[in-house]
Design a protein around this ligand. Structure first.
Ligand code: WT7
Length: 649
């Protein structure tokens, strides 16, 4: 595997060398207290300093960062920048329609956040209350998030692509009493009926008293006089000043739902102090952010990447963050590159699935754009194959810009493994080295560290400031999901290997979590959706590789006796999953199965199903525990039929 040295042009302007990285990294492990104490003072402003940087441990599972410290997230993102940056754009917003652009200065964002914080107070939202945000990518989503933070309310952003059912379960789990939405969203020229989805979700959420609606389009929406309020009307009735609440470092800043391997999505709860320190520090070092640069992370705020690297990280560092409402292919496949030229973007951070889709369309879509403002490229969300990496590096970045392949998770709050631009020689397809304070290891099933170049399970041995606090109202699940398998260590759920130069190569999940176009979906959620259909007796879902989406959903479905498989049922099943979860969870393959392979104790053998779906039949492994070995042969015989049908589609 060849190594790319730091591009010459880049090396000249950067301020971190490989030797400095090593020195800082060593110190961060040797002396975490002083290391994080210095970082916390440098990157965040506190009302009151902490008593202890870190207390507790992974053994006792009682970790707390910057205990007794007091701060406010909105103050740190806005107020403290006003002296030097009031006229600088905090947000550049590019609408779905390229003619719609807004520049929002730090002073303007500050005033709007204060106003909306006053709106929340008037509506009787209190510190610690959960507020659900189901919005498109418009600047108001940042206003609303920071307004919650200003008064100490906990925001729960739900991605606008989730279905009413998925929204409902998240509102109920977090016990939200208020929902903030838009009448409609716009993406790729299409209208997303957000308010209508909220109306549907709220049929079963009687505790929600108020819905605040941003008017994004001119189309009318249905209205419940007692419950629904227009954002713009409310904003006219309040003052543009609102003193920030003093928040305890360990008070929660937000909850964000993500999928686990089984059960319902988990409400990942993040703290204020540790999270903010980690967001600012990682944003600064990984994106080598310098004053005046234009920074663009394409993630929707409905995901953790949007939280940490579209909103909190850049605003903490006084950056100009670009928010994009649309999609990479609208009006054409040149859209990303045109936006980069139009707004002179210096730092661009996106997902491998988008890069693959754009690469497939051909290089002609880059012609006519120069991308000369770019200095740095980043990716996140799934492994980026070396070929795709090389295209991103050489074609998009013209071999001038380092690529930071950043590995992290909703739970980790921020980036844990990534090259640092300038400091890390790059290897295409590797997330490279751990960030400061992060101590990863790769272990076998017994928890023993494996040798270089051996695959194993990725764990993290020590706490870091950005890590989740717990699962909302479910500490038992928090302990069981992350700390039971290897006590004293955080289990990531990913497989990886480390080469002899210390580079990490992360290959993907080793649990039943799927990554469909970078979106995290649990097989259990898809199976539960399939079982909603009255014709279905059993279902098992696995991932198969997909050229663009990375992974695609492959479902084995057993119908009830006397029900004959038909195209109609198949369509109904695809529809059912979209209804339960959202369009991001679209089944690519459905294989009818007379029965599923089970052990004698009745457990479905997913390992076998994965092999069958992937046509990987050379080594089926131990099948001696199967209740009926014939089942596997039948499934293999039918597997070919599935391939045929998808090719014809
Ligand atoms: C899972 C977490 C954290 C941002 C978005 C995803 C996969 C993430 C990489 C990468 C290989 C990656 C892992 C991880 N993943 N980044 N650079 N290389 N895999 O957050 O939805 O919580 O998903 O995404 O499998 O466990 P998420």
């Amino acid at each position: 595997m060849s190594t790319h040295p730091v591009p010459v042009e880049y090396a000249r302007q950067t301020n971190l060398t490989e030797a400095q990285y090593r020195k800082l990294y060593d110190r961060s492990l040797r002396d975490p207290t002083n290391f994080w104490s210095e970082m916390a003072q440098k990157f965040v402003t506190w009302y009151k300093p902490w008593d202890a940087v870190l207390t507790g441990s992974f053994e006792k599972l009682n970790m707390a960062w910057f205990k007794q410290g007091k701060l406010n997230a909105a103050y740190n993102c806005l107020d403290r920048h006003l002296g030097t940056r009031s006229k600088q754009a905090a947000i550049i917003w590019e609408g779905d329609n390229p003619d719609e652009v807004r520049h929002i200065t730090y002073a303007e964002l500050y005033e709007d956040v204060c106003r909306f914080a006053n709106v929340l107070k008037k509506q009787n939202v209190k510190k610690g209350d959960r507020v659900c945000i189901y919005m498109p990518m418009v600047p108001e989503v940042v206003v609303v998030m920071l307004a919650c933070a200003r008064i100490g309310a906990i925001h729960s952003v739900v991605f606008g692509g989730f279905s009413p059912e998925a929204l409902e379960s998240r509102i109920l789990d977090a016990d939200c009493h208020m929902v903030i939405t838009a009448n409609e969203g716009l993406r790729g020229g299409k209208v997303i009926p957000l308010k209508k989805n909220v109306d549907e979700a709220l049929i079963n959420c009687p505790q929600v008293r108020k819905v605040i609606v941003i008017k994004r389009t001119e189309n009318p929406v249905s209205w419940q006089e007692e419950r629904d309020l227009w954002y713009h009307d409310l904003m006219k009735t309040v003052m543009p000043q609102c003193p920030p609440e003093m928040i305890d470092s360990e008070d929660s800043l937000f909850v964000l739902y993500t999928s686990g391997s089984t059960g319902k999505p988990k409400g990942i709860l993040h703290t204020t102090g540790g999270y903010l320190v980690y967001a600012a520090v990682t944003h600064h070092y990984v994106f080598d952010y310098h004053d005046g640069e234009i920074y663009w992370c394409t993630a929707d705020v409905g995901w953790i990447t949007g939280h940490t690297y579209s909103v909190y990280g850049p605003l903490l560092n006084g950056a100009t963050t670009l928010l994009f409402e649309g999609v990479p292919h609208y009006p054409s496949f040149s859209r990303f590159w045109e936006i980069i030229d139009k707004h002179k973007v210096n730092i661009f951070y996106t997902a491998p699935t988008a890069i693959r889709a754009l690469r497939r369309e051909g290089d002609q879509f880059l012609q006519g754009t120069t991308r000369e403002s770019l200095k740095l490229l980043g990716t996140v969300g799934e492994p980026i194959g070396p070929d795709v990496w090389e295209w991103y590096y050489s074609v998009v970045g013209q071999s001038r810009c380092p690529v930071v392949d950043t590995w992290w998770q909703t739970e980790t709050g921020g980036i844990l493994i990534s090259p640092l631009p300038g400091a890390t020689p790059l290897k295409a397809g590797s997330a490279a080295w751990p960030f400061f304070g992060v101590e990863p290891a790769i272990v076998d099933d017994h928890g023993n560290e494996v040798a270089d170049d051996q695959m194993g399970k990725l764990i993290i041995k020590k706490p870091w400031p950005g890590m989740m606090q717990t699962i909302y109202k479910n500490r038992d699940r928090f302990v069981a999901a992350y700390f039971k398998e290897f006590p004293g260590n955080y289990l990531t759920g990913d497989d990886a290997k480390r080469d002899s130069s210390g580079y990490y190569w992360i290959t993907g999940r080793n649990d039943d979590v799927l990554k469909i176009a970078g979106h995290r979906i649990g097989t259990g959620e898809v199976e539960a959706a399939l079982l909603h259909n009255a014709d279905v007796s059993e279902a098992a879902v696995v991932a198969v590789p997909d050229e663009i989406k990375g992974e695609a959903i492959y479902a084995f479905v057993t119908l009830k006796v006397d029900i004959k498989p038909t195209e109609e049922i198949k369509k109904a099943l695809i529809q059912q999953v979209r209804k339960s979860i959202g369009a991001i969870a679209t089944l690519s393959y459905v294989q009818w199965a007379d029965t599923l392979p089970k052990t004698r104790s009745g457990k479905i053998m997913r390992r076998l199903l994965r092999k069958i779906a992937n046509n990987d039949l050379t080594e089926l492994g131990d099948t001696s525990t199967l209740a009926d070995p014939q089942v596997v042969d039948n499934l293999i015989a039918n597997r070919l039929a599935v391939e045929e049908s998808s090719r014809n589609n």
